[in-house]
Design a protein. Structure first.
Ligand code: ADP
Ligand code: ADP
Ligand code: MG
Length: 667
């Protein structure tokens, strides 16, 4: 086995690789940015090297610095994980040039599959079915539109250099084509430094089914069955499972052979995934699936394959990289049970899944049989705007699909996470959705069911507010005076000086709090229970209900209350309600200037500006585009009006909440 490994990645995948490497007795070497100096993967590794500032371009994408760290530490091999440099042929070449083993396919295979147009042409020659469309050189808009007309709408425009769902636009009609093409090219140029696109038929009722392949350097290639990754948002996977519901042994064999052929066509070595799109209108049929792309690396969702095969794919990667033969043949492999993975993200489903950042005040997962958690963060860590906002992968394995989904739903229900907003409640609802449970779904399932999945703006959780207020009251009592209070003495809270507390009587008090940025006036009442000699209680009334300290609060599960530097976060069914004492001097930027200010929804880059000062705009009109994390977000006019001020230039980095455009609105 290789003596040591440098992990050219961060977060959960770095932790996951380190775990296997340690089990195999390898020395583990981390490289990290300044933002990750205290990260879990840095702590886990035997040694760690700083390679640059937070932005990936200056650290995790710096081939020179990573190779230099590998040289310095004497690393025998480099594992690239997924994302970052994992699919960059020049990185594999740089490793080879430095005499370090690259844990991945040969640079030539990465190159051959790196561009979607060339990859399609190549596998088509090997007899693999591809999505009908145009994947040639010409890029002029009129020509591409003509091709789209020939293919027939809907079509999909894809960046040839794309990945991570970026640079992809579904087009319904010829009229929309021009604008969509422009947007796709801009996204592609910005994200991949290559504006070229291909146009293909949008497959109807699409099911994303991919085949895990594995090849050694001795010409052996096998497949490790399929994964169904059809639950997606914006072409990005949300829940993945293996095997695929509705898959027949016949279709599995046909797809498996096609994937192995695709791998052979490029002289593949190591772990790879061949992604297909299947037309699911009449169930899965062996003549209705098409190659989309090959990912020449370990996949985010590889744990579901590990669960059903009992293999450790990272271990196999190391063995193959050190020249060993695959320890099995196709016939030795079998599927055991069913596995499902959910990607827990720091994002807000109630605000169109905007990525959310900040400190993780709590993060706790259940420990139960058949549940695996892959994470790269722990409570106290910060989710920063620099990298992918994934917090963890929760994977459940059971004898049947039903049992695996049940286990996953339960694990998500028992997951405690507070700080950044997360999709934990959304994921749980997905696992419980009856249609999905019944195996009736395609890649449009999430978008069609956003309401039912709770991914819409919700009203304030009044009970959570009341419990939060009571938690604040509780936090204000010091232990001793609280005891005196509970035993019948006078309350000793900072709010009690002003008015006289009457023995045996009730005292009311307005108690303004800040709830998720909104001022709320709750009413506190100090009461005696059980007559003059009895205990004192505090009740809070707001939002059409009343809750009491000695009753509702004391009976609540204390793990639902997460103390922060501002106040408290109350958890209920995965939702977070932030309650803090209202501070009139804390200027509320959110609500300054009311509804005529257009602000950056998150940290990002202003990539396009469509208006000039003095220009008239209509409510809903697109004003600008901010690119953040992985996506373009269109900013629209909140009302009819005139552009009064523009506060940022295209190309500028903008901070979350920054004023970008001010409108002069009527009325
Ligand atoms: P998977 O099929 O493994 O889920 P994804 O396309 O979702 O693959 O990407 C896996 C990871 O790699 C994600 O974290 C994504 O952000 C990242 N990623 C994918 N493609 C790129 C790319 N071209 N540039 C940077 N990051 C990428
Ligand atoms: P990426 O490199 O971003 O992963 P893919 O080509 O793998 O790009 O496509 C991402 C997703 O977009 C797929 O998982 C699928 O849901 C959807 N998609 C891609 N091509 C098609 C198509 N021709 N018809 C319908 N959906 C598609
Ligand atoms: Mg893909």
């Amino acid at each position: 086995m290789l003596e040591s490994v440098l992990i050219a990645n961060r977060g959960e995948i770095a932790c996951r690789i380190i775990r296997t490497a340690k089990r195999l007795g390898m020395r583990t070497i981390a490289v990290h940015s300044e933002a990750d100096a205290g990260a879990l993967f840095v702590q886990m590794a035997d040694e760690a090297h700083l390679i640059g500032p937070a932005p990936a371009r200056e650290s995790y994408l710096r081939i020179d610095r990573i190779i230099e760290a590998a040289r310095r530490s004497g690393a025998a091999c480099i594992h690239p994980g997924y994302g970052f440099l994992s699919e960059r042929a020049e990185f594999a070449e740089a490793c080879a040039a430095a005499g370090i083993v690259f844990v991945g396919p040969p640079a030539s295979a990465i190159g051959a599959m790196g561009l979607k147009d060339a990859a399609k042409a190549l596998v088509q020659q090997a007899g693999v079915p591809v999505v009908p469309g145009y994947h040639g050189e010409r890029q002029d808009p009129d020509f591409l539109r003509q091709k789209a007309d020939e293919i027939g709408y809907p079509v999909l425009i894809k960046a040839v250099a794309g990945g991570g769902g970026k640079g992809m636009k579904r087009v319904e009609s010829a009229a929309e084509f021009g604008a969509a093409l422009e947007s796709a090219q801009r996204e592609a140029a910005g994200a991949f430094g290559d504006p070229r696109v291909l146009v293909e038929k949008y497959v109807l009722s699409p099911r994303h089914i991919e085949i895990q392949v594995f090849a050694d350097a001795h010409g052996n290639v096998v497949h490790l069955f399929e994964r169904d990754c059809s639950l997606q948002r914006r072409h990005q996977k949300v829940i993945e499972e293996a095997p695929a519901p509705g898959m027949t042994p016949e279709m599995r064999a046909v797809m498996g052979r096609a994937a192995v052929e695709a791998a052979r066509a490029v002289g593949y070595v190591g772990a790879g995934t061949v992604e297909f799109i299947a037309d699911g209108r009449e169930g899965l049929r062996p003549d209705r699936f098409y190659f989309m792309e090959m990912n020449t690396r370990l996949q985010v969702e590889h744990p579901v394959t590990e669960a059903i095969t009992g293999l450790d794919l990272v271990e196999l990667q190391f063995r193959v990289a050190s020249g060993e033969r695959l320890p099995f043949t196709q016939g030795d492999l079998a599927i055991r049970g069913h596995a499902v993975e959910a990607r827990l993200y720091a994002e807000d489903p109630e605000r169109e899944f905007l990525p959310s950042t900040g400190k993780l005040w709590t993060l706790a997962f259940p420990e139960s049989e058949g549940v695996r958690i892959d994470t790269g963060v722990e409570a106290g860590d910060e989710v920063t705007p620099f990298y992918d906002p994934m917090i963890a992968k929760v994977i459940a394995h059971g004898p049947t699909r039903e049992e695996a989904l049940e286990k996953l739903a339960q694990a998500l229900g028992e997951t405690l996470v507070a700080g950044p907003k997360t999709n934990v409640a959304f994921l749980k609802k997905l696992c419980e959705a009856p249609e999905f449970r019944a195996g009736r779904f395609d890649t449009g399932f999430i978008d069609r069911n956003l309401d039912a999945l709770g991914a819409v703006a919700q009203t304030i959780d009044a009970e959570a507010v009341r419990l939060g207020v009571l938690k604040l009251v509780d936090m204000e009592f010091d232990a001793q005076s609280y005891r005196a209070f509970a035993e019948g003495g006078a309350p000793s809270s900072p709010w009690d000086e002003c008015d006289g507390f009457q023995l045996g009587g009730a005292r009311r008090q307005n108690f303004p709090v800040d709830v998720d940025g909104e001022r709320i006036d709750a009413v506190l009442e100090w009461t005696r229970v059980g007559g003059a000699q009895g205990n004192s209680d505090v009740t809070v009334t707001w939002g059409g209900g009343t809750s009491s300290l000695l009753g509702d609060y004391m009976e609540a599960d204390m793990r639902r209350f997460v103390q922060t530097d501002q106040g408290v976060i109350v958890l209920s069914e995965g939702r977070q309600t932030r309650v803090s004492p209202y501070d009139p001097f804390d200027v509320d930027l959110e609500h300054l200037n009311g509804g005529n200010v257009v602000k950056a929804p998150m940290h990002g880059k202003l990539v396009a500006l469509f208006v000039k000062p003095g220009e008239r705009v209509e409510k809903g009109q697109r004003l600008a585009v901010v690119e953040a994390m992985k996506m373009e977000h269109a900013l629209v006019a909140p009302a009819d009006g005139e552009v009064e001020e523009i506060a940022a230039e295209p190309g500028a980095q903008v901070a979350e909440g920054a004023r970008l455009i001010v409108l002069r609105t009527e009325g």
